[in-house]
Design a protein around this ligand. Structure first.
Ligand SMILES: N[C@@H](CCC(=O)N[C@@H](CS)C(=O)NCC(=O)O)C(=O)O
Length: 213
């Protein structure tokens, strides 16, 4: 069991989830110790169902036995980000499940979002300047999962020539020790999301074993 001062902190997560990774990044950057509990999202544990009875999703942060509504926190942030950057980059995930015209429309929106982020970064190291901040953490999934989505969906979203600031940011972000130490193996992510694409989001086949914590 992890501790933060006298507090006991647990994170219920799943190895391939970008949402879970965000929470891990924050906890690690802030120096909190925590216990990580891997969840099988296809065969949800009593613990997950009792700590997140409404959404039944990971991540769930449990602080001194009390679950914290992580989703609510991120929803507030996403709202702010949507306002700041126009089309939500997170919609990119939909590319995985779409084909034809519908997929093309989401691809167009994702590229617009990347263009807006490129303008926002404007050669800065991180979105807030020299120091990594919450915007980087919220968007940080893109440094790992965007390429996976592109590969699995056979689409091109990110272009390092058109998005040079984002290319540098991706490198800067993935070089942070808290990020670098905990990147899931790319081939396992591709395999996992390929299965999700083929079987649908709600019924993926068994995931591969999680990489070592
Ligand atoms: N907005 C939610 C999204 C969480 C989410 O979608 N988690 C996925 C894993 S990436 C999950 O638990 N899926 C299980 C399910 O849909 O039943 C949050 O930020 O907590």
């Amino acid at each position: 069991m992890g501790t933060a001062g006298e507090a006991k902190v647990e994170l219920i997560g799943q190895w391939a989830s970008p949402f879970v990774k965000r929470v891990k990044w924050v906890l690690r950057m802030k120096g909190f110790e925590y216990e990580y509990v891997e969840e099988d999202v296809r065969n949800k544990s009593e613990r997950l169902l009792s700590t997140n009875p409404v959404h039944k999703k990971v991540p769930v942060l449990v602080h001194n036995g009390k679950p914290i509504a992580v989703s609510c926190l991120w929803m507030i942030l996403f709202k702010g980000l949507r306002l700041a950057f126009g089309p939500n980059l997170l919609k990119t995930r939909k590319v995985l499940f779409l084909k034809g015209d519908e997929q093309e429309e989401v691809v167009k929106q994702a590229i617009e979002a990347l263009d807006a982020l490129e303008g926002e970064l404007n050669a800065k190291k991180f979105f807030g300047g020299d120091q990594v901040g919450l915007v980087d953490i919220v968007l940080g999934w893109a440094t790992i999962w965007l390429g996976v989505i592109e590969e699995v969906s056979d689409v091109k979203l990110f272009d390092s020539e058109k998005h040079p600031s984002l290319a540098c940011w991706m490198k800067n972000f993935t070089e942070l020790s808290v990020v670098k130490e905990d990147i899931p193996p790319r081939d396992q992510l591709v395999d996992y999301f390929d299965k999700i694409r083929n079987y649908g989001p709600s019924l993926p086949p068994p995931p591969p074993p999680p990489p070592q914590e």
